[in-house]
Design a protein around this ligand. Sequence first.
Ligand code: PLP
Length: 395
Amino acid sequence: MKAIPYGRQNITEEDIKAVVETLKSDYLTQGPKIAEFETAFAKYVGSKYAVALANGTAALHLCAMALGLKEGEKVITTPITFAASANCIRYCGGEVVFSDIDPETYLLDINKVRSLLENAPKGTYKGIIPVDFAGRANDLEAFRALADEYDLWIIEDSCHSPGGSFSDSNKKTQNCGNGNYADLAIFSFHPVKHIASGEGGMITTNDKDLYEKLLQLRTHGIVKNDAIYKNSIELAGGLENYPGWYMEMQNLGYNYRITDFQAALGSSQLTRANEGIKKRRDIASNYFNAFKDKPFIKGQSGVIEGHAYHLYVIEVEDRLGLYNYLRSKNIYAQIHYIPCHLMPYYKQFGWKEGDFPNAETYYNHCISLPMYPTLTQAEQDYVIKEINSFYSEKH
Ligand SMILES: Cc1ncc(COP(=O)(O)O)c(C=O)c1O
């Protein structure tokens, strides 16, 4: 059996054609494909606005900046995520406050967040970054209600959940990143994600002011708009109108732009996003049925409505043994994640083992099984067979 990774991209002839056409066009960087990708992506998740960026980390950084996060201000997030969800707070000089996960959903436990807020003077915290870990959507309606009570903003880290959703209190489907509850949501187009653009990211929002701020910050804080220029027309060398070459850098921004050919790839991939989610859900259902009665499984992602299944996680006994055994069989399962609060960088702020028992217990047992739309039935059967044989040989 050829090597089976935990995740992989799916590049079709159509995707290649889209990229090559863009390479042959007049634009490599800021061409028309970026706006096309943004419009299509906003439509896909149901938001008013979308801003494409160089990667998901840049997206998180700009969100924290656009929301005005400052030195020393506290923001709450989950320890079970990729470091970038927390790092964006540090980029702005903010203080990361981790809070434990719910052991069933693996998501930030809203009750624990509530108790943090209740036990601190009002104004202590500025925002919350819930992560739709593995593709499972947070109940953002509940998070919004809590955030409003304490005047907090929300950045939804939806890197794992394009196409995911939760059902609100009226049983209405709310897509991840649709902007109805979170101020801003972010996505990544790294190859293991649902939609690959090489590197790439997106912010979605329904807030026009934030949207305009993000467009500026994406490109050095530069504006090209007569109506908002701050310098006098004389400095611009004009008499009645600002000349065509004139622009102003009004804020400290970055070069976080995506290229036109990456956006073309992203758009092409997006046309198959629904198909991909369907395949991921079928694979999740097969795993669930194969393992539901097995005593060595302590928990699994299960078959959950609205789950986008970026990852299929199971919690097992002897996780290290299983991991090594699967590698010896050419199956490259992965661990998501080593809790962020136990990273040496975050330990220097005082976080330590024992701080978040649910996250740490989860980490000691979790393993992400191969999950991607092109995983064949034969490959999945092989993965299931090898997991079963590992445990039957052991017991
Ligand atoms: C939950 C989460 N947040 C943020 C990121 C950062 O995205 P990128 O790798 O595109 O910078 C990732 C991607 O790895 C992620 O999984």
